[in-house]
Ligand binder design. Structure first.
Ligand code: TNX
Length: 557
């Protein structure tokens, strides 16, 4: 997308004529090209309308969503339609999906000056991303209902924008800690503001099973009775009915976000093993698990149980595929103890066959890279700096070999380096919850990396992935210990914080940082400028009621 812009003007360029105007604009993620306009600022008023072409369905849909946001905030009527602008000075917003073909799937062009704001794209999705930019150009109060006494002005500006990567995901570990539908929606709202387009739901783990599977009611009858650290028998069950799940998928779709479901296996499957006796080698159910170990026993992978295990995989992957909206299904594959390569290969291949029948692409944690992979596979690279440091050395770690092997088979990478993009890592030693096995991740660490650099040796001389082999990035919010006191299991339920509080605290300000890694071109990124912008966004989070962490490395207002 960048190639189409002849001379990109970095959003953080210094010493140009528009510096003052530019300094007031705080867009996250940074757009490909931003030119402060010479004209008058725009201002919404009671006469503002959203204009669309009569047969432009995609624009109508996005227009209605934008109008709702603006109506809530401003109290103006903001009709959507073909109507011409009134005689007033109030701005007209013009939306069109008939923009230049070179804008790409999610690209858009936004021009604001005087009484006109126009957003052009090639698709409803591109238009939605552009409308999100407009939202960020308007005062912070646009994020809250019924604001009074606000001047609804925005700068005169010209923006050309498109994402660097197609896949920009965020993951919720609903397996360890259940997120009620409203909390998932809240997270979707936050993702949308930062132009994320994939919600990865980690639906199953040792500590819980959350997906309704018609053929296997035991999975939710038994497997949904636990959460990580929660005293068994004191609550639940916690799972999504089919209607709940559909509500999530539909809400995500309204925000142009697809839902990527994960059924983890062959390890991280104690909830399934507790529910279905015949997927265990001895044919006996295990006890429900709510501790916080990893690397627990797998579903049975030895030949005598393959028929039963295949039937289980068939049921659960088919259901996950059919209930979700993405063409990707995640098969897990992480932290598998005591298996032979043949057994792991069987798991990956069997899962891949089932998903091929459903027309889905396979995604998995990078450990799947040791196995033969189906065409179109995605591998999620969660390695930390230690793994990266071994790239190109005589002692390359197994993780690195898995990456090489996956790339050699034509797979693409989703970059989720644990010491950058794991939102459950503590920001610093003082925060009350989260883990630190991959180190502390302050805002600069979360921001200052690149998918190419985390798949290269530290000196950059050995690069394993090309730009084309990287499909995107993902911020992963694990929930092993979503409670106060992270060194031992909680002793009482009041140590469990509301899940929205956990998600807000761990995701803000880092989730916007990782959004910029996935969206913005390297040329327009700089941590200094990001810091300036993130501080402005904190006002927006206050309007939205987001309980962010005032990380000490950031000069908050
Ligand atoms: C490792 S990353 C895991 C998860 C944990 C996470 C906690 C990965 C694929 N597996 O099971 O939740 O660390 O940070």
């Amino acid at each position: 997308a960048l190639a189409l812009i002849a001379a990109p003007i970095p959003a953080n360029a210094a010493g140009t004529a528009g510096d003052d105007a530019r300094a007031e604009i705080a867009l996250i993620p940074a757009p490909s090209e931003l030119v402060p306009g010479a004209g008058a600022p725009v201002e919404l008023g009671p006469g503002s309308v959203i204009k669309i072409h009569p047969r432009d369905d995609g624009a109508a849909e996005v227009g209605e969503g934008l109008a709702e946001l603006l109506r809530d905030a401003t109290g103006y009527a903001i009709p959507v339609g073909q109507r011409a602008a009134g005689a007033s000075q109030d701005a007209t917003i013009v939306l069109s999906t008939r923009g230049d073909a070179d804008l790409g799937d999610e690209g858009y062009r936004l021009e604001a000056e005087g009484t006109r704001i126009s957003i052009e794209a090639q698709s409803a999705e591109g238009l939605f991303r552009g409308a999100t930019t407009l939202r960020q150009l308007l005062p912070d109060e646009v994020e809250s209902a019924d604001s009074s006494g606000v001047d609804w002005t925005g700068p005169s500006v010209s923006i050309d924008d498109a994402p660097r990567y197609d896949y920009r995901g965020a993951m919720l570990d609903v397996g360890r800690r259940f997120y009620p539908v409203d909390d998932v929606k809240r997270f979707i709202d936050q993702m949308a503001l930062y132009k994320y387009n994939a919600l990865h739901l980690h639906l199953t783990d040792d500590q819980g099973w959350r997906l309704t599977v018609d053929a296997r009611p035991e999975l939710t009858q038994i497997g949904a009775s636990t959460q990580s650290g929660w005293k068994p028998g004191t609550g639940g069950p916690w799972f999504y009915t089919k209607a709940d799940y559909k509500e999530i998928v539909d809400y995500a779709a309204e925000h142009f976000i697809e839902v990527v479901p994960e059924i983890d296996g062959p390890s991280h499957a104690m909830a399934a093993k507790a529910s279905i006796p015949e997927i265990n080698c001895d044919g006996k159910a295990v006890a429900p698990y709510s501790g916080f170990d990893v690397g627990l026993p797998t579903i049975c992978l030895t030949p005598e149980r393959r028929e039963e295990v295949r039937a289980y995989l068939d049921d659960v992957f088919t259901e996950a595929a059919q209930q979700s909206s993405s063409d990707i299904v995640h098969i897990g594959g992480d932290e598998v103890p005591a298996t032979t390569q043949e057994q792991m290969d069987w798991y990956v291949q069997t899962s891949a066959e089932i998903l091929a029948e459903q027309g889905k692409r396979v995604m998995g944690w990078h450990q799947i890279g040791a196995s033969p992979l189906p065409p179109g596979a995605l591998m999620q690279w969660w390695a930390d700096a230690g793994d990266q440091a071994s790239i190109g050395t005589p002692n390359e770690r197994p993780d690195v070999r898995e990456l090489r092997n996956a790339l050699a088979q034509g797979a693409q990478v989703i970059a989720s380096p644990a010491d950058r993009a794991y939102l459950d890592m503590k920001y610093d030693a003082t925060v009350p919850y989260g883990l630190s096995w991959a180190g502390l991740v302050d805002l600069e660490r979360a921001y200052d990396w690149d998918p190419i650099s985390v798949t290269s040796s530290p000196d950059g001389t050995v690069s394993l992935a090309t730009e084309e082999q990287i499909a995107g990035v993902e911020a992963a919010l694990w929930a092993d210990r979503a409670y106060f006191g992270s060194t031992k299991l909680p002793t009482s339920l009041d140590q469990f914080i509301p899940v929205a509080q956990y998600a807000d605290f761990t995701s803000f300000p880092r989730m916007p940082a990782i959004a910029e890694v996935g969206w913005s071109a390297p040329e327009v990124r700089s941590f200094d400028d990001f810091e300036r912008r993130i501080v402005e966004h904190a006002d927006r989070w206050d309007e939205m009621g987001i309980g962010y962490y005032r990380a000490p490395d950031v000069p908050w207002k």
